[in-house]
Design a binder for this molecule. Sequence first.
Ligand code: HEC
Ligand code: HEC
Length: 271
Amino acid sequence: MKSKKFLIGLALVGGVAVGFSADVPTPDQVKQLKEMGILPSDVIVDEGNDYFHNLKGPNGKTCASCHGQDGAKLVGAYAKMPRYYKDIDKVADIDIRIKACMTKYMGFPKDKKFKKKFTKKYRVPLAGYVATLSNGMKINVTLDDPQEKEMYEFGKKLWYQRVGGRDLSCAICHEVYAGYRIRLQKLGAPVRDKLYAHWPAYRFSKDKLWTMEDRIRGCYKSYFLYLGKKWDKKKDWVKKPPYYMKELVALELFMKKAANGATVEVPGLLR
Ligand code: HEC
Ligand code: HEC
């Protein structure tokens, strides 16, 4: 809501024409907004900054207690994620890593209620904030650990695997048809064009900041559909995978590795 108000506010700022709410902001419009210092995505990142320093766990710790004022010890971390973490014995993306820190190190309960609250309230602002601490740095996913290698291979398999009522794969849309449009949306090539560099991204059409987990879940939900006449819920619908699932991390790792060498520039701004 906060950011919606910002958008309405924008239309009034000094008569500058930036009425893009229903369409793609042009690069010029984005530049204008940046110059005016008002981007809705910044509001969300600021919220994350606030949680990072002020949100206390039941044990009294904040993120900053361990990771430093202004996230000093997390500078560059996001550029290497997802990666394997010994303390939780898994390959984690930013969403999973932060959730683990909150339950393992801040005393938040490991139950459904907290998981829900985390997913809705804390996840995106905190992930957005932590990601900005790697801005200007090069993505560098190394796959040093065997579990990372395994996860990467799994992600690659999923990228090419055809599923759902339309027998589609990520690669069909994002490699074969990259550059074409679906309705109004241009099909990007996240692997070839290293698009991970601008994720998490703010989507004007949804008025939301999305992490890559949100993006992949959205693609599963929206595009692996059925085309016939009668809807068969079981057969024709590939469900939105639940958050924090291994499949999501695997696809993230696959795409992030492909983006090695690209400079992190987040939050990205998308249609
Ligand atoms: C009591 C200490 C503690 C607290 C509090 C804590 N963490 Fe962590 N965090 C850790 C440890 C330990 C690791 C694992 C470090 C490693 O293996 O490199 C970690 C790892 C991370 C990483 C990955 C760092 C990297 O180098 O890849 C991120 C990101 C992170 N934490 C974010 C957060 C956020 C956001 C919060 C607050 C919601 C938080 N942490 C709270 C101890 C903590
Ligand atoms: C039917 C085609 C289709 C399939 C299949 C599909 N996507 Fe997408 N994807 C899209 C469209 C369209 C967009 C742009 C959406 C928008 O702008 O609202 C998109 C956006 C993306 C983006 C963001 C690109 C950018 O501009 O930064 C990523 C990353 C992505 N998809 C990953 C995936 C992955 C991973 C899979 C497989 C699980 C997948 N997609 C399957 C159509 C598809």
